[in-house]
Design a protein around this ligand. Structure first.
Ligand SMILES: Cc1ncc(COP(=O)(O)O)c(C=O)c1O
Length: 435
């Protein structure tokens, strides 16, 4: 083992019960494909792709080689008023995958930064059009858009907000789309398109010309995989168009083949004006995020602004190592036709997951592509307790599954084989049947 594992005191871990973890650590010391090795020498399979971010499997040597080469040749170029060719090449390659007229890419280092950058782009767009009064954002309950102040403000998960004050002013939240009367739905629910009308109600109540953008995850991921009801995203698009509001899709989880097409926008046939990405962009080998914008958004800002057009950027925007990692990742997706492989594995995966219906503790199952959410009834009425138990039970059983509260969020790597799905389903059955 390269690093000691006996002194864990000084790392403040993110989104973790630090005290409990340090009393009973779960450490990984190596990972390959869908398999990881724990610090105590056990093999476990990763059925959540880390945090939905390693579709091509862990520790791909092609990516390591590309990064290593870049770090030796050109480890850093300052991205303000200077550049390096890999960033331009990556933006060109990404454009070929984007839906509709999305064509220009702004690079960041994470999903959270992508969301905050997207919100700023929306504000700047309206200012460029002489509508600087459009400063409100519309988000949604049960959304997750990262942890920076912009994303925190528009997201809708209470625990991620309650300690941190009001955030951005003027943010409005539409209702979430989960319907307790329509459970165990594979793909898109039939009912609920009218929930998009919340956006129109905000226009009517607050004035459409005060709203800059509406941001949604096409499939709400971290909150437990909530598919949009049929017609819902189309309705949002119509309301945005009618009222001059920009539509932002946060595709940090759904991007890059997770639900069946390149992006969810293509799967559902609705093109946003702005789209955020991260995670699978580099197969998680190096942190990177991105924001794609339409021709209209880009040209409006460029044409209206002399000199520097956007006073925003990061020291590590389009970092050379991240660009190299992403280009190598896109090569793997293409060479191994991984988005197609994911789409072909999806029915087998969803059959397995939905076969769990009937287990007493399971109150709902949802899924699309290689993404599924399984809700458990809270233990003794305490939300999250059963989820914490499940994390340990999965660890002991040798299968990694992400829990959000009492919901299992399952997202196998695209390189998984049927035998991995079988083991996943068998483990879920065994663990959940005990509850
Ligand atoms: C939809 C969505 N947006 C934004 C983020 C934040 O990404 P990051 O953790 O890279 O900041 C996430 C992370 O899970 C996400 O799922």
């Amino acid at each position: 083992m390269r690093y000691p594992t006996n002194d864990l005191e000084h790392f403040w871990m993110p989104f973790t019960s630090n005290k409990a973890f340090k009393a009973n650590p779960r450490l990984m010391v190596s990972s390959k494909g869908v398999e990881c090795t724990t610090h105590d020498g056990r093999q476990i399979i990763d059925m959540s792709s880390g945090l939905f971010c390693v579709p091509a499997g862990h520790s791909r040597p092609e990516i390591a080689d590309a990064v290593s080469e870049m770090l030796r040749d050109c480890a850093y170029v300052q991205p303000f008023q200077h550049g390096q060719p890999a960033a331009f090449e990556l933006a060109r390659r990404l454009k070929a995958l984007y839906p509709g007229d999305l064509a220009y890419t702004f690079f960041t280092n994470s999903g959270s930064e992508s969301v905050d950058s997207a919100l700023k782009i929306a504000l700047q767009y309206h200012r460029a059009k002489g509508q600087g009064q459009r400063i409100r954002f519309v988000g949604r309950e049960r959304a997750y858009h990262g942890v920076n102040f912009g994303g925190m403000s528009v997201q809708g998960m209470v625990k991620n907000k309650e300690a941190f004050g009001p955030g951005l002013v003027g943010v409005l939240h539409m209702r979430h789309t989960w319907d307790s009367n329509e459970r165990f739905v594979r793909g898109q629910p039939q009912n609920g398109a009218e929930l998009a009308n919340d956006l129109q109600r905000f226009c009517d109540l607050h004035g459409a010309d005060t709203i800059a953008a509406c941001i949604v995850e096409p499939v709400a991921g971290s909150t437990g995989v909530l598919c949009p009801p049929k017609g819902y995203l189309q309705r949002l698009r119509e309301i945005c168009d009618k009222n001059g509001i920009l539509l932002i899709f946060d595709e940090v989880i759904t991007g890059f083949g997770r639900i069946g097409g390149n992006f969810a926008a293509q799967v559902f046939g609705v093109t946003p004006d702005i789209m955020t990405m991260a995670k699978a962009l580099t197969n998680a080998a190096i942190p990177m995020g991105a924001v794609a914008v339409s021709e209209k958004v880009f040209k409006t800002i460029m044409d209206a602004t002399p000199g520097m057009e956007f006073f925003h950027g990061y020291t590590y925007s389009a970092h050379p190592a991240a660009c190299a990692a992403s280009l190598a990742t896109l090569d793997i997706y293409e060479k191994e036709d991984l988005f197609k492989r994911a789409a072909e594995l999806s029915p087998y995966f969803l059959d397995g997951i939905f076969s769990l219906k009937g287990i007493k503790a399971i109150t709902d199952i949802r899924g699309i592509g290689l993404l599924a959410g399984v809700d458990l009834a809270p233990k003794d009425g305490t939300p999250g307790a059963r989820g914490s138990q499940a994390i340990q039970d999965f660890w002991d059983a040798g299968v990694l599954v992400k829990m959000t509260g009492d919901t299992a969020c399952i997202a196998p790597p695209f390189v998984s084989e049927k035998k991995h799905i079988d083991r996943l389903v068998e483990t879920l059955r065994k663990v959940f049947s005990k509850y």
